[in-house]
Write a protein that binds this ligand. Structure first.
Ligand code: DX5
Length: 217
């Protein structure tokens, strides 16, 4: 089974972020997930573009920037200038999502669309073909350390089927409650990238990443 682990820096120790980034990179991570929150779309605040820009020079890992914010079109350029490789916006926050996807691509970044757990896959039907990745939230967004919503397993396989039916193959990324216990089933159901916060950063980072990698072999 092939899959990629993308550590979510929301769960990192911010007082030694550079050290933690180097640690996950040396352990084999190739992408990090960066949540930008606005306290409106999600009930929490996290980090913003100055921090993303500051850590860009610390690592070669791919930056997967997840905009959990209302009216994300205001911040696409800032995300790209800060060093994003992928910029993902939420379907629920975009009135004209195809315009925002074009806006992302014009910056040279890859474009992702995220869905909250309760948002229907139907909303992706005419969007998939323009995206580089689809992100399915497997918890209600806003906080690390929540439990994977088990009903999302079916959504993952339904999403993969929708990709096949539509004839497109963007990356399928999952975010929230990912552990070494559920990772294999997620990949078997069709996920390509697993975002993991607490299960990477709690305890020994190197061992945690190794454990995920063994599942993917
Ligand atoms: C949740 C965030 C995640 C979070 C995941 O709203 O989007 O990126 O860091 O943390 P875990 O893996 O602990 O659920």
């Amino acid at each position: 089974m092939t899959g990629i682990i993308a550590p979510s820096i929301l769960s990192a120790d911010f007082k030694c972020l550079e050290k933690q980034l180097k640690e996950i990179e040396h352990a084999g991570a190739r992408r990090i997930h960066i949540d930008v929150m606005d306290g409106v779309f999600v009930p929490n605040l996290s980090i913003g573009f100055p921090v993303i820009k500051a850590i860009r020079s610390c690592t070669d890992m791919e930056f997967d920037v997840h905009l959990m914010i209302e009216n994300p079109e205001r911040f696409i350029e800032s995300a790209a200038l800060a060093g994003a490789d992928f910029i993902t916006v939420h379907q629920e926050t975009c009135r004209h999502i195809l315009r925002i996807i074009s806006q992302i691509k014009e910056t040279g970044c890859k474009a992702g669309v995220a869905l909250n757990p309760s948002t229907s896959l139907e909303t992706l039907k005419y969007v998939i073909q323009y995206t580089d990745q689809i992100l399915l939230m497997t918890v209600n967004p806003g906080f690390g350390g929540q439990q994977f919503i088990t009903g999302m397993m079916k959504k993952i396989s339904d999403c993969k089927k929708l990709f096949r039916d539509m004839g497109y193959s963007p990356l399928l990324e999952l975010n929230g409650g990912i552990t070494t216990e559920n990772a294999l089933e997620c990949i078997q159901n069709g996920a390509d990238i697993l975002v993991a916060g607490s299960s990477v950063f709690q305890g020994n980072i190197k061992d945690n990443i190794k454990q995920f990698q063994q599942i993917f072999i």
